[in-house]
Write a protein that binds this ligand. Structure first.
Ligand code: ADP
Ligand code: PMV
Ligand code: MG
Length: 303
C-alpha cells in the first residue's frame, strides 16, 4: 500500500491570463489531496459504497492518468483511494492536486521513476485533455510546492503568508468558465487581449513587492486584478460580496482565486486582522478559513 499527497493552490495573480501564455503567480497552500493505491483485480476507485471500476465520466482526471500510464508501463489491477481536504470546484486546484498525487502514487507503485518535471508535465497534459484548455499552473504548483511564476515555470521560493479563504459554496466548472472567456476573447480580441496583458503586468510587478515583503502594495495589485477578472465575466454577486466584506474588515487585498464564477476568493491580511476578515466573510454569506502558504509539493507519505 502506497500513499502520496499533493497541495492545493491559490493564484495571487494572473488566473485566466495564464491560459493565454501571460504571467501568473501561484502558491501552494496547506490543504492537500491524499491518494492511496494498493493491489486489486482491476483498476478501481474506492468510494463510500466500496470499490467500483474506474469510470471516465465520474473520474475523468484519474482515468486520464491511468490511460497515460498504460502508454509506458504494464498497468496491473490497482485500487485508488482519494481523500482530499481541498474543496472541489472552488478555485483551489483540487483537480490538479488529485491528478498529481495519483501520478506520484502510481509512479511509486509501478516503479516508473518519473522525475518531478515528468509528473508536472503529465499532470498538465491530463488537465488540458479533461478541461479542453489548461495552463500548467495548477499542476506545476501541486508538483513543486512554494510560490511559482508561470509560464516561465520559475520557482520563486517560499514566502510564509497567512491567507483567509472565502468559499461561496457555489460550484464552478473550470472547463466551462475557461471556455466562456475564450468565446469573449474571440468576440473582442483586442480589448480582452489588452486586459490579459494588463493582468500579466500586475503579476510581474507583484513579484517584486512580494519579495520585498510590501504586502500593502501586493494587496493593492490584487484588488486591481480582481477588477479585471470581473471585466472578463468570471466574477459573481456572491464573490463580490465576500471580496468587499473582506476589504471593509481590513484586508490588504482580496480577489477571486482560480476559475471564478463561484468557488473561492482570497484575502491577504495583516496578522491582527485575520479573524476579523474571516468573520466578515462568514457574515457576508461565505464559508471562511485561514490557510498558510506551503513549500511542500507532491510527496510519498507512506509505503
Ligand atoms: N477528492 C476528489 N476525488 C476525486 N476527484 C476529485 C476530487 N477532488 C477534485 N476532483 C476532480 O476535480 C474536479 C474539480 O476540478 P476543477 O473543476 O478544476 O475545480 P478546482 O478549482 O477544484 O480545480 C472534480 O469534478 C473531480 O473530477
Ligand atoms: C482559470 C485558470 O487560469 C485557473 C483554474 O484554476 P482552478 O481549476 O479553478 O483551481 C485555468 C488554468 O490556468 O488552467
Ligand atoms: Mg482545477
Amino acid at each position: 500500500m502506497i500513499t502520496s499527497s499533493a497541495p492545493g493552490k491559490i493564484f495571487l495573480f494572473g488566473e485566466h491570463a495564464v491560459v493565454y501564455g501571460k504571467t501568473a503567480i501561484a502558491c501552494a497552500i496547506d490543504l492537500r489531496a491524499h491518494v492511496t493505491v494498493e493491489e486489486a483485480p482491476t483498476v478501481q476507485m474506492k468510494g463510500p459504497g466500496g470499490s467500483v471500476d474506474l469510470n471516465p465520466r465520474k473520474h475523468p482526471y484519474i482515468y486520464s492518468v491511468v490511460e497515460k500510464f498504460k502508454g509506458f508501463t504494464d498497468v496491473t489491477g490497482v485500487n485508488i483511494d482519494i481523500h482530499s481536504d481541498i474543496p472541489v470546484g472552488s478555485g483551489l486546484g483540487s483537480s490538479a492536486a488529485v491528478t498529481i498525487a495519483t501520478i506520484k502514487a502510481l509512479d511509486a507503485y509501478y516503479g516508473t521513476n518519473l522525475t518531478l518535471e515528468d509528473i508536472a508535465h503529465m499532470g498538465h497534459q491530463v488537465e488540458s485533455e479533461v478541461q479542453g484548455r489548461a495552463s500548467p499552473t495548477d499542476t506545476f504548483v501541486s508538483t513543486f510546492g512554494g510560490m511559482v511564476q508561470i509560464p516561465d515555470r520559475k520557482k520563486l521560493g517560499f514566502y510564509d503568508m497567512l491567507i483567509v479563504i472565502g468559499n461561496t459554496g457555489k460550484f464552478s466548472s473550470t472547463r466551462k468558465i475557461v471556455s466562456n472567456v475564450a468565446a469573449l476573447k474571440e468576440r473582442h480580441p483586442i480589448v480582452i487581449g489588452q486586459i490579459m496583458d494588463t493582468i500579466s503586468a500586475i503579476s510581474e510587478t507583484g513579484i517584486e513587492f512580494i519579495q520585498e515583503g510590501d504586502f500593502h502594495t501586493v494587496g493593492e495589485l490584487m484588488n486591481i486584478n480582481q477588477g479585471l477578472l470581473d471585466s472578463i465575466g468570471v466574477g459573481s454577486k456572491e464573490l463580490s460580496e465576500l471580496v468587499y466584506a473582506s476589504r471593509k474588515a481590513g484586508a490588504l487585498g482580496s480577489k477571486i482565486t482560480g476559475a471564478g464564477g463561484g468557488g473561492c476568493m482570497i484575502a491577504l491580511c495583516e496578522h491582527k486582522n485575520l479573524s476579523r476578515v474571516a468573520h466578515a466573510i462568514k457574515r457576508a454569506g461565505g464559508d471562511s478559513f485561514i490557510c498558510r502558504t506551503s513549500h511542500v509539493g507532491v510527496r510519498i507519505e507512506s509505503k
